[in-house]
Each structure stands twice: as structure tokens, then as C-alpha cells.
Design a protein around this ligand. Structure first.
Ligand SMILES: [Zn+2]
Length: 496
């Protein structure tokens, strides 16, 4: 883990890979940015900042109206009140105490609804932003929001802000996130086939993200078991010398069963397999002989490996890839409830759909090259599910013709629909876009970057609405010069 609590990478043993490929034991003073993927082994590191928006919300009763200035004073113990500081300075310049401070955000630039922020403040503490806001919806119901904008997981300040607000307003803030009703509608219609993975299964899936390890595992699965001496022949891309290390890694992850194979010296064929060479000693003592007549303990013995049932289950239908995507989405802050994996929709298989900050995102997962045929089928699913974003994850590459097809088919896609949650930014103004993730080595980073992009837009929109709720009105600025203006001039220019 890096010091921002992001998983840096998983390697057997301890230590961190540095950019020059050396295994460093001393992490002090080394930032994540100095480390980079180790290419061929598919190891990745956290290589950038991510924005996370963590929100909490409570309903405000008519009597629990927030005493804004008192609350801001209390919260100022925890962070710097950014807007109040600016407004105080502006009041000092204008030499007026009379300026309207809490005016409300007025007509929203983003949302056509009447939901408005009545007032809000932005606190800055420890390099994190804490946004507080009181919102009034069209029915007159009032809500109090706390939003933490952080780089990665929020610090303990989130709990401190929560406690202070709860005690000041006598409310209970509950976790809140923007959602889209489109996801709930979809959830009603599909049958989810995903079995939640156990911890050891997640660990096994993690080790399968290594390309060489995975291709070796697939070769073992397809052959039903391989002699250890034949393993190196199966390695296509890695140096053959690595096979011992890869086998040890597979063994440690619980993917392998090692057995002893008895080879007939006369026919050079496998006579039978036993769990260990001790079994051969005991069978031999009972007089068991090879088909050729030789006592079996005189035949050649070799180690052979096959896959555990757990490993076979993970490779079937690329379950390991679903598990990794599921894990990375949750690690990036997506609610587990808002993720559908391996779902069937009217006979079509949907690999993954997630509601990310109220934006429906369709994932296609392929444990091989993403080719033209897959592009057609993905295009059709986009037509049916109508997501805001598409993400294609392939362990290999996306074919040029597949990319061309999708670009052509989707370039005029209208994504101008507003999102369901009125507080969330909408309408989507960007052209429908597909994110291509080639190779699973950087899957975690790509998913974090994607989720972070949505959180960043939401955080900016939230901050923008809060800022607009705290402006000094133009009329007050103009009125502040009135005493100095001669009566005549006021009449002449019609300034009221
Ligand atoms: Zn024999």
C-alpha cells in the first residue's frame, strides 16, 4: 500500500518495485509517481491522483433550520472557511456590514429543477475540501449535505465534520451518492449470475492478472495436467528461466496441485499418477508393478501439475476478470449495490453494468482480443441498455477494425438526457465515449481514473453551486457607493 492507502501492487514477499525495475525495501520518501508498471509481468502501481467525492445527507425538519453563521464558526475549528474568508475581505473593502451574504444560488445553470442550495460553505483542511450545504427541493423539503472531496480515501476529518454537524443541528447524516433510476430499472429486468467471491478466490484472481502466469494456467487446464519438465515449452512470452518462479507463485496462490507421475522406462508413456512419491513406495511394497513388468519404484518418477478446482472455476468464462473488475470498482469508491456482474438481459450476456455517480456505465470484459464481431455485439448492447459510458476491458488488444466500427456507429449518439438525480450534473454534454483498457496490468489505474473523472465533475458542480449561493449581490455592491454619489447623478443615471 502506498501512503495514500492505495494498493501499490502485489508481489510475493515485501518491498516495492521502483521505476528502474529494482526491488526497493525502503519506501520512505519515495512517492508513488516514481514507480511505474513492470511491463511484461503485468504488475502495476498507483501512478496518479484520484478525486473522490464522499457525501452524507440528512433531512432537516422545519425547526432544525441551520443557524448558518454559528455552524460555520463551529466547523472553523476543523478547517478554513474559504467563502466566509473571502466575503469578510470583500465586506471590509466595501466598508459595509449590510451586504447580503446568504442569498441562495438562484436559477441553476446545470439543472432545470427548482432544487436549490440555500447556503453553503467550503472548508479547506489537510489538503481536503469539505463542502456543506443546505438544499431546498421543489416541495419545500430541506436537506443538509456534507461532501468530502479528497485524493483517495478521506481522512478522519470526515468523521469529525460529521460529528460536529450532527451535534450542532441534531441530525443524523447518512451515506449518500448520486444515482440513476436507469440502473434500478435495469436491475429489475436482469438475472444476475455472479457469485460473490471469497477472499482466497480474490487472491487467486489477482495472481491470474499476470499474463504469463495466466497463459501457463490455461495451458495446464487445456491439457488436463502437465509434466513440470514440459512447463517451460508452454511459456510464449516470458523467458523460460522464469517458469520456476511462476510455478511457485501459482502454488502459493492455491492454483496448482502437484502430483507424481510414474513413467514407464520401456514405453516412455505415463503409467499412472499418485499424490506423492511416498505412495509409490507403499504401492511397491505391496508388489504393484508397471505394465511392462518392472517394479514401479524402479520406473522413472516425474512431478506433474494440474489445476485446483478453484483455479478451473476462475478460468471458466473468465470469472477471474469479473472478480478483478468488481474489486477495482469497489476500491475506486463505487457502491457494491450499484454494480451488476455477469447479468442476463433478454438472452444477452451483460458482463458488467455500474451506476457510477449517477452515470450508467456498461463494461465488456474479454479474456482475448476484442474483435469486430465483439464490436457489433457491444454496439447492439449499447443500443438496448443506453448507458452514458462504455468501457471495454480486454486482456489483449482492441482490433483496429473493431475500434473503427464503434467510432462510426456511435459518433452521433445523443447523450443529452439529464441525469435522474437533480443535484447531479446533467445534461451530459460530452459525446458518448468508449474507454478502451488493453491489458489487465493497468486495469486498476484505468478504473480509478475513469471513476475519478466522474467524481471530479460532480465535486466541481457541487462546489460551483455552493459558491454561487454565497455571492455578494450586484445590487449591494452598487448600493455601497450610494452615499458618495450626488443626488443629481443618481437621478440622471436612474440608479435606484
Ligand atoms: Zn514400465
Amino acid at each position: 500500500m502506498c501512503d495514500r492507502s492505495c494498493p501499490v501492487l502485489t508481489v510475493p514477499g515485501t518491498g516495492y518495485w521502483h521505476v528502474d525495475g529494482t526491488l526497493g525495501q525502503d519506501f520512505a520518501g519515495v512517492t508513488c509517481k516514481t514507480m511505474s508498471p513492470l511491463g511484461s509481468r503485468g504488475l502495476t502501481v498507483h501512478n496518479g491522483r484520484m478525486i473522490r467525492l464522499t457525501m452524507r445527507r440528512a433531512t432537516l425538519s422545519a425547526t432544525a433550520a441551520a443557524n448558518a453563521s454559528e455552524l460555520v464558526n463551529r466547523l472553523s475549528k476543523l478547517g478554513n472557511p474559504f467563502l466566509k474568508t473571502g466575503l469578510d475581505a470583500q465586506r471590509a473593502i466595501l466598508k459595509s456590514k449590510r451586504l447580503v451574504e446568504f442569498e441562495g444560488e438562484g436559477e441553476s445553470r446545470y439543472s432545470p429543477t427548482i432544487r436549490q442550495i440555500a447556503w453553503g460553505e467550503i472548508f479547506i483542511a489537510n489538503g481536503e475540501l469539505y463542502l456543506v450545504a443546505e438544499e431546498i427541493n421543489s416541495g419545500g423539503r430541506r436537506f443538509f449535505y456534507l461532501g468530502a472531496v479528497t485524493d483517495g480515501t478521506p481522512s478522519e476529518l470526515l468523521e469529525e465534520f460529521t460529528k460536529e454537524i450532527e451535534s450542532a443541528l441534531k441530525i443524523e447524516l447518512k451515506p449518500f451518492w448520486y444515482t440513476t433510476g436507469e440502473f434500478d430499472e435495469l436491475k429489475e429486468k436482469v438475472q444476475e449470475g455472479f457469485e460473490k467471491p471469497l477472499d482466497d478466490e480474490i487472491a487467486m484472481a489477482n495472481s491470474l492478472t499476470d499474463r504469463d502466469l495466466r497463459s501457463l494456467a490455461i495451458a495446464i487446464k487445456q491439457s488436463g495436467g502437465l509434466l513440470v519438465s514440459d512447463l517451460a515449452k508452454q511459456l510464449k512470452s516470458a523467458p523460460r528461466a522464469d517458469v520456476g518462479a511462476i510455478r511457485a507463485q501459482m502454488d502459493e496462490a492455491g492454483l496448482l496441485v502437484t502430483e507424481t507421475v510414474v513413467m514407464c522406462r520401456s514405453t516412455s508413456r505415463q503409467a499412472f499418477r499418485v499424490p506423492s512419491s511416498q505412495a509409490i513406495t507403499s504401492l511397491s511394497a505391496q508388489g504393484v508393478r508397471c505394465g511392462c513388468g518392472r517394479p514401479i519404484d524402479e520406473e522413472r518418477q516425474e512431478d506433474a501439475v494440474s489445476l485446483t478446482d478453484g483455479a478451473i472455476k476462475l478460468l471458466d468464462k473468465s470469472r477471474w476478470l469479473s472478480i478483478i473488475v468488481h474489486k477495482e470498482l469497489i476500491a475506486a469508491g463505487v457502491e457494491p449495490d450499484r454494480i451488476l456482474i455477469e447479468a442476463m438481459l433478454e438472452g444477452d450476456e451483460v458482463d458488467c453494468v455500474a451506476d457510477i455517480g449517477g452515470e450508467l456505465t456498461l463494461f465488456e470484459l474479454k479474456d482475448k482480443e476484442f474483435s469486430l464481431g465483439e464490436a457489433y455485439s457491444f454496439g447492439a448492447k449499447i443500443g438496448i441498455i443506453d448507458p452514458a459510458h462504455g468501457v471495454i476491458v480486454t486482456t489483449a488488444r482492441v482490433g483496429a477494425d473493431a475500434r473503427q466500427h464503434l467510432n462510426r456507429a456511435l459518433q452521433y449518439r445523443d447523450v443529452g438526457r439529464p441525469r435522474r438525480h437533480p443535484g447531479a450534473p446533467g445534461p451530459r454534454d460530452a459525446r458518448f465515449n468508449i474507454v478502451y483498457v488493453e491489458g489487465v496490468g493497468n486495469l486498476g489505474d484505468e478504473i480509478r481514473k475513469f471513476v475519478s473523472g466522474i467524481a471530479k465533475r460532480d465535486a466541481m458542480n457541487f462546489a460551483d453551486r455552493v459558491i454561487r449561493s454565497r455571492r455578494i449581490s450586484a445590487s449591494d455592491i452598487v448600493k455601497s457607493v450610494q452615499p458618495a454619489v450626488p443626488r443629481q447623478a443618481v437621478r440622471d443615471t436612474s440608479v435606484g
